[in-house]
Design a protein around this ligand. Structure first.
Ligand SMILES: [Zn+2]
Length: 329
C-alpha cells in the first residue's frame, strides 16, 4: 500500500507537470495565432507574414548573445531607443504622441493609450504599422523587410516561412521524422567534428547514416526546399530550411524524388531521394565510398550560418518515431 502511494506520488510529480507543459505549449500557439489574426484584421497585413517575422525574430534571439532571450508571446524585439525614438530624452517613454514626435517605432496596439515595449499586442502592431507604410502586398512587404534587415537572405527566409505557414494554415509545426525509415537497416555514430581528407583539410560537419543503395530519404521537419543539385563534396544533395531557421543538408543521394523542386514545401516524412554514394568529383561521380546519407544541420543567426552536431537530434527523432510506431500497433 505504502509502495503504491509512493508510486502514485511519483507518477503525479513526473507526469502531471509534463502534461500541463504540453497543454501550455498548445495554448501559446493558440494565443499567438489569435494575436496574428487580430492584427491582420486591423492592418490587412496577412497573418502568415506577421507569424513569419515573429518566428524569425524569436529564432535569432534564441541563438544570439547580443539580444535578450524572447519571453513574451511575440518574439519581435525593438531596442528601447528604436521604440521611443533615438532623440527622445525618455528611452522608456510609453506616450504614443511623444514617441511619434521623436519618430519612434512604438505604437499603441491594444487601445490602452500607451505604447508599451513589454506588451505583445503593441509590439506586433508596431511592426505591422511599419510594414503598412510600404503596403500590404507581398512585394511591398519584401521591400519593407529589406529596408529593415538589410540582408537578402533574411528577406528570403521570412518569405519562405510565410509560405509554409500559409500552406499549412497553422503555426504549430514542430513534429519530426527520422531521415530514413526506422525499420530500414541503418547505423550511425557520432562523428561530427572528425577530420576529413578529401578536398583539403576540413572537419566533418554532419552525421553519416550508413544504409543500402536506394533506401528512401525523407524530410525531417516542416520546411521548404532551398537547395537541390550537385556539389563536389556532397554529390546529389538537398537542403531544406525548417521553421526554426535550421538548414538541413542531405548529401550523397542516389537521386531525387520525382518532381522535387526548389521552393517546394515539405513535412516530416516527405520523400526527397534515396541513399547513395555520389560525390567527391565532377557531377555523376559515385561509388568512392560505401553508400550512406550524410546529414548536416546549420543554424542562421541573422548574420552568418554555422554547423552544429545533428547526432542528438537524430537520436531523439528516431526514438520519438519508434514510440509512435509502438503506440499505433
Ligand atoms: Zn558525412
Amino acid at each position: 500500500m505504502r509502495a503504491l502511494l509512493i508510486l502514485g506520488t511519483v507518477f503525479v510529480f513526473i507526469f502531471l507537470p509534463f502534461q500541463s507543459a504540453h497543454a501550455e505549449e498548445e495554448d501559446v500557439y493558440q494565443k499567438r495565432m489569435a494575436l496574428y489574426k487580430k492584427v491582420e484584421a486591423v492592418t490587412q497585413i496577412p497573418w502568415y507574414y506577421l507569424a513569419a517575422i515573429d518566428q524569425y525574430e524569436r529564432n535569432i534571439r534564441q541563438v544570439r548573445r547580443d539580444l535578450p532571450k524572447p519571453q513574451g508571446l511575440t518574439g519581435i524585439y525593438f531596442r528601447p531607443e528604436e521604440w521611443a525614438g533615438i532623440a527622445n530624452p525618455h528611452p522608456s517613454d510609453t506616450n504614443p504622441a511623444s514617441i511619434s514626435f521623436f519618430n519612434g517605432a512604438g505604437v499603441d496596439g491594444n487601445g490602452d493609450r500607451k505604447a508599451s515595449i513589454n506588451d505583445d499586442e503593441d509590439v506586433l502592431y508596431s511592426f505591422a504599422v511599419y510594414l503598412l507604410s510600404y503596403g500590404i502586398d507581398q512585394e511591398n512587404i519584401k521591400i519593407a523587410l529589406w529596408d529593415y534587415y538589410k540582408r537578402d537572405k533574411t528577406v528570403g527566409i521570412i518569405a519562405d516561412k510565410a509560405k509554409i505557414y500559409r500552406h499549412f494554415g497553422r503555426i504549430d509545426l514542430e513534429d519530426s521524422a527520422f531521415p530514413v525509415p526506422i525499420r530500414s537497416n541503418h547505423s550511425y555514430n557520432n562523428t561530427w567534428g572528425d577530420a576529413r581528407g578529401w578536398g583539403g583539410r576540413r572537419i566533418h560537419e554532419g552525421t553519416d547514416i550508413f544504409s543500402h543503395y536506394g533506401v528512401p530519404v525523407r524530410a525531417t521537419k516542416y520546411g521548404i526546399v532551398e537547395m537541390k543539385g550537385w556539389n563536389k563534396f556532397g554529390g546529389w544533395r538537398v537542403g531544406i530550411r525548417d521553421i526554426n531557421n535550421t538548414y538541413h543538408y542531405f548529401a550523397h543521394l542516389s537521386g531525387f524524388a520525382k518532381d522535387l523542386k526548389v521552393g517546394q514545401i515539405v513535412e516530416p516524412g516527405t520523400l526527397i531521394g534515396g541513399v547513395g554514394s555520389t560525390g567527391y568529383g565532377p557531377p555523376g561521380t559515385s561509388g568512392k565510398f560505401p553508400p550512406h546519407l550524410h546529414y548536416g544541420m546549420y543554424k542562421d543567426n541573422g548574420y552568418s550560418e554555422w554547423s552544429f552536431d545533428p547526432y542528438p537530434h537524430l537520436r531523439m527523432w528516431e526514438r520519438t518515431e519508434k514510440l509512435k510506431a509502438r503506440k499505433n500497433k
